[in-house]
Design a protein around this ligand. Sequence first.
Ligand code: GLU
Length: 305
Amino acid sequence: MADYQQVIDRIYTEVGPMWPKATPASYIPALAEADPSRFGIAIRTLAGETFTAGQADTPFSIQSISKVFTFAMVARLLGDSIWESVGREPSGTAFNSLVQLEYEQGRPRNPFINAGALVVTDRLIELYPRPKEAILDFVRSVTGNPDIYFDNRIARSELNAADRNLALAHLMKSFGNIHGDIDTLMDVYCCQCSISMTTIDLARSFLFLADRGVNPFDGTRILTPSQAKRLGAVMLTCGFYDESGDFAFRVGLPGKSGVGGGIAAYMPGNLSVAVWCPGLNAYGNSLLGIEALERFTTDIGNSIF
Ligand code: GLU
């Protein structure tokens, strides 16, 4: 077996100095303040080992990675009927694009673009009487860490700059695909995106996917093996917006990125891996994060392929 610690130490040393090439997201003002020289890597194996490099214990906002958790929360209750409201095809457009929605009658291409995630959170609000508490409870349980919270400053900053997401929600409501109150939806959505986690937490939180739907921290089954397979397939094809094909090509793992600079990915039956570096590329994905993960699967000689 590869020496994971040696591999990520080397990646940290070689990739870290490349950081000045990318800048953090600025359309959410509070995210623009992130220090682009921060760089953390964490691996957690199903056997219980943890390996870290860099600033893996610094908290940051997970942003769109939260879409995986909210989707799992909704899919486990709704089963296949969730696919009536949201598709499972790559969009080929930006994460916050409006254009396809008009042509496709308000049914988003997949749950990981913003439009799809808004539909999922709308259903979550219908299904869970206290949605914000339910989201925190879920993330705490899959992470095995009770100390995970929203970053209210980031949530407020996003809420004050939410014009595009509001436009998506209103357009979908006009097609009947958003059911509830849009202000409530936006509040819950901005809170879920603001969840503050470390790179170590993030690696731990994807272990239930590596374990095909079972939460290794308390033994409960969250998703059936079939639901876990499907969620992984949608992550592989849609988890990185219109860079998803390139991520699959370079890294070869299902995963999800967020504009906070985090990426979480996993190898079924084996391990989960998370990286964090706030500088983004043109697609809104962490530039060094992808570079680090490509080197990781290349160096260990293992991926899902
Ligand atoms: N909160 C962000 C938004 O809705 C999430 C986008 C992302 O992380 O990719 O714009």
